[in-house]
Design a protein around this ligand. Structure first.
Ligand SMILES: NC(=O)c1ccc[n+]([C@@H]2O[C@H](COP(=O)([O-])OP(=O)(O)OC[C@H]3O[C@@H](n4cnc5c(N)ncnc54)[C@H](O)[C@@H]3O)[C@@H](O)[C@H]2O)c1
Length: 462
């Protein structure tokens, strides 16, 4: 059996990033015109939302400027006026640039977006955040307005590809009536929690406002269950949920029992050894949650396996094993939790781990990609029913994440896999975990049926 690689070693193992950020390495890579991946700004409990001021602009008569300003002021963010950001009066760099584009009527109005963003981006600090807020094209009054709104997607995705220094750009679509759910998503996209979420579009639903939350311990008093939590991304999810205040039930195969117990001890949670594909797995999970905790608030379907082969060479065993763990178990466990009267508490959160392969496809992974695409279909189909219970279900789709699996890839494959994204580096398990934890927050009630890629804007699959 191979020895596990300590997480710290995985985290510091981006030799190229470290080299290009050293004195001689920085000079050399600049001269040679080589990519220079930045050290990303990640969440630290207790740290301010932004390390510097923000600037807010509008394109047209936006309706979100006031609620947006209120969210930022609430979070203690200093606001600069666009004029200051523009041309060089005091030279202060901004940590975030926000554009309220809900007022767009026609493509001609996009010129205002350009006029605001171009000078503001020149002032953006390293690991800065660009967040554009708009209304969904599907709810436009006419084709011209739909065109203008859709155009923002091209603008934001391209901006994300142009930014350097660990900065990101994302688009938040806020339909009329959904502004009550603005605070949580805006804070996520500005914070270090979204370090590896780049070039993404998230659409809010009008789910009503929440009462606010303690941003340091937003999951205090909640019970969470995480499958596949003995190592890798699942263990990171358990750690972040516990850090955010949840009691975490960690689930994994009996064969991983020792590592699972280690994670449970570390996070002050409980371990449940369970093969999630076993016929009695739904019943055992429901029974455990009912008896030990009286219910559950957050369910994270993270367990997943790969059994790669070209389709022409793939035997039924490979196909079936991947489908059973990655898709059927998520369906069966979720159904059982929903059927168990009152078990999923009001405000419940289900987060399903999909994959970039489920969006883009991947050679040798027809089984895996099919299972992960199936997860996305499941999430979208279940979202309305969960909304009726005041709950949500979403998917996260990781891109290249530095885990034991990827650390053991051949050097060349790993280097290429980790660089072909806008941030020019692989993500860390904690990046996926932070996104899961955000979706689990009370203030994420307006985020439902969404697929959030945690991929650094990977060039695979848009
Ligand atoms: N690492 C990446 O780059 C990456 C990218 C995209 C998606 N993902 C997805 O993220 C999730 C976690 O990936 P990881 O890299 O941490 O994988 P991993 O192999 O390190 O961990 C998966 C865990 O799931 C457990 N598991 C497998 N079958 C199980 C079963 N039947 N019942 C209970 N537990 C079971 C394993 O024992 C293991 O502890 C998976 O769903 C994976 O498909 C990972």
């Amino acid at each position: 059996m191979t020895q596990p690689i300590p997480e710290d070693d995985l985290i510091v193992s981006d030799w190229y990033r470290d080299f290009t950020n050293s004195g001689v390495g920085a000079t050399l890579t600049k001269r040679l015109g080589l990519p220079r991946p930045a050290v990303l700004r990640r969440h630290e409990p207790g740290a301010p939302l932004l390390p510097g001021p923000a600037v807010v602009g509008t394109a047209g008569e936006g309706r979100l400027r006031d609620p947006l300003t209120a969210v930022l002021k609430d979070a203690g963010v200093t606001l600069l006026s666009p004029v200051t950001a523009d041309g060089g009066t005091d030279g202060e760099r901004t940590a975030a640039v926000l554009l309220d584009a809900t007022g767009l009527r026609t493509p001609a109005d996009l010129a205002a977006a350009h006029d605001f963003l171009a000078p503001a981006l020149r002032r953006l600090a390293p690991s800065g955040r660009v967040l554009v807020l708009a209304e969904p094209p599907s709810e436009a009054a006419d084709p011209a307005q739909a065109a203008a709104r859709q155009a923002l997607e091209g603008l934001v995705r391209s901006t994300a590809k142009e930014l350097r220094g660990g900065a990101t750009a994302n688009l938040l679509l806020v339909p009329d009536g959904a502004e009550g759910g603005l605070a949580g998503p805006v804070r996520f996209f500005l914070s270090g929690r979204s370090a590896y979420v780049d070039g993404q579009v998230v659409t809010l639903t009008a789910a009503g406002a929440t009462d606010g939350q303690d941003d340091d311990r937003p999951l205090a008093g909640k019970v969470a269950v995480v499958t596949g939590a003995a190592r890798g991304i699942g263990a990171a999810i358990a750690r972040v949920l516990a850090r955010d205040g949840a009691h975490v039930v960690v689930v994994d195969l009996p064969a991983a029992g020792q590592a699972l117990a280690g994670v449970a001890n570390e996070v002050g949670g409980t371990a449940l050894q369970l093969d999630i594909t076993a016929p009695d797995a739904p019943e055992r999970l429901v029974g455990h949650l009912r008896e030990r905790h009286g219910g559950v608030d957050v369910v994270v379907h993270n367990a997943g396996i790969t059994r790669d082969k070209l389709l022409v060479n793939m035997d039924a065993a490979r196909w079936n094993a991947v489908m059973a763990v990655n898709l059927q178990a998520q369906l069966d466990l979720t159904q059982a939790l929903l059927d168990a009267d009152g078990l999923l508490r009001p405000g419940g959160r289900v987060v399903c781990v999909s994959s970039q392969s489920g969006i883009a496809g991947n050679r040798g992974q027809t089984n895996y990609a099919a299972s992960k695409a199936g997860v996305i279909g499941m999430v979208r189909a279940w979202a309305p029913a969960l909304a009726e219970r005041g709950a949500t279900i979403n998917a996260v789709a990781p891109g290249f994440i530095v885990t034991e699996m990827t650390a053991r890839m051949p050097f060349g494959t790993r280097e290429i896999g980790s660089r072909i994204n806008s941030l020019q580096q692989g993500g860390l398990p904690v990046d996926v975990a932070e996104t899961v934890a955000w979706l689990a927050q009370p203030e994420s009630t307006g985020v439902n049926g969404q697929v959030v890629r945690v991929c650094g804007q990977s060039f695979l699959g848009a």
